[in-house]
Design a protein around this ligand. Structure first.
Ligand SMILES: *Cc1c(COP(=O)(O)O)cnc(C)c1O
Length: 367
């Protein structure tokens, strides 16, 4: 079976360095908020091109903490609205709900699967405080258009960069394209820890300090609590793992581009719609997502032929039981996407032989 993602093989490439980093942490005697975290924050901020990066426990917390900080700073209040794409992974939407803010869903573009800027303004009300573009599957959103709308209506732009580490828009990288950004280092992400992890990036010093305190019980100074904070910290062990893997991230992305270029050039099947890429620089290929009418049939056919695929995502958030209040609403573009998408295997260690085999089998699929 060709796996969807060979995580074990991926981390095995860095085994010696990971073990060395692990040993360094064990021997340091310091496991939370120490040198590894401080250095990772610096290195990740530098990579993204931002002034600040703050390690947190996971990607969901990164987004939750950004919004929470804006509330503490008086920029948002409970009941305010945040615009978010309707086809995103549910975590983006949960971060908004968890802050007692109201997610307002905007349909994506059917070709890029990214939030459609031309549909944002019609959803803006007097309660709208922010837009949360999601660089889904690893491709950056149309940030020029989004930032122009945000500027006109005085809204914050909060990027969900959980799938887009290193992706460019113009000469800037994901994480440096709005007011603040949330990253996930879930093991399967392009920059993955060996456990949970996340980070916030921003150029806003006040926001950065507030998030830092909020993630540490609301405290800037030990035993002095400014806010009713939470415990959401990146631990030293994961920071050390990430410092090793960050050095190879661009190289991993290059390998992903080789695979996806092969897919793009060689998959020839009239039933299958290939992904639309605006510019090679804009896409880091967290996922290679194709669209096909009889998706379940294709997935089954690939499974029978020894190829593991996944669906990102089978059920849209507005049809989930968690959001019963939305269950009767329709977002037809989103629903079509959820019914038709299929993600082909991709990882930095996938062999050309496997990629060629996948293409051959995909091309042999007859409706
Ligand atoms: C993975 C992901 C998250 C959440 O990250 P976790 O680290 O799993 O909490 C948020 N948004 C998107 C788009 C994601 O893919």
């Amino acid at each position: 079976m060709i796996p969807f993602l060979d995580l074990k093989g991926l981390n095995a490439q860095y085994r010696a360095e990971l073990i060395e980093a692990c040993t360094r942490v064990i021997d340091s005697g310091w496991y939370i908020q120490g040198n590894e975290c401080r250095e990772f924050d610096k290195e990740f901020a530098q990579y993204c091109g931002t002034k600040y990066a703050i390690g947190v426990a996971n990607g969901l917390d990164a987004l939750i903490l950004i919004l929470r900080a804006y509330k503490e700073l008086g920029i948002m209040n409970g009941g305010d609205e945040v615009i978010v794409p309707s086809n995103t992974y549910i975590a983006s939407i949960l971060a908004i709900s968890q802050n007692n803010l109201v997610p307002v869903l905007v349909e994506p573009d059917i070709n890029t699967y990214l939030i459609d800027p031309s549909k944002i303004e019609e959803k803006i009300t007097s309660k709208t405080k922010a837009i949360m573009p999601v660089h889904l599957y690893g491709q950056t959103c149309e940030m020029d258009a989004i930032n122009a709308i945000a500027k006109k209506h005085k809204l914050k732009v909060i990027e969900d960069s959980a799938q887009s580490h290193g992706a460019h828009f113009g000469d800037k990288r994901s994480g440096n394209l709005g007011d603040a950004s949330g990253f996930s280092f879930y093991p399967g992400k392009n920059l993955g820890a060996l456990g949970d992890g996340g980070a916030v990036t921003t150029n806003d010093e006040t926001l950065a300090n507030t998030i830092k305190a909020l993630g540490n019980y609301g405290s800037h100074k030990k035993y002095e609590n400014l806010y009713k904070g939470i415990n959401s910290r990146l631990d030293e062990m994961q920071a050390a793992m990430l410092r090793v893997k960050l050095r190879y991230l661009d190289n991993e992305v290059e390998k992903r581009r080789e695979i996806t270029n092969y897919y793009l050039q060689n998959i020839k099947n009239e039933n299958i719609i290939l992904p639309t890429v605006r510019s090679e620089d804009n896409h880091v290929w967290h996922l290679f997502v194709i669209r096909v009418k009889n998706r379940d049939e294709l997935q089954n056919y690939l499974h029978v032929n020894g190829i593991q695929t996944l669906i990102h995502y089978p059920i849209p958030s507005h049809k989930q039981k968690a959001y019963t209040e939305w269950n009767d609403e329709n977002y037809p573009i989103s629903e079509q996407i959820h019914n038709e998408v299929l993600s082909l295997p991709i990882s930095g260690v996938q062999s050309l032989e496997d990629t060629m085999k996948i293409v051959e089998i995909v091309n042999g699929f007859i409706k």
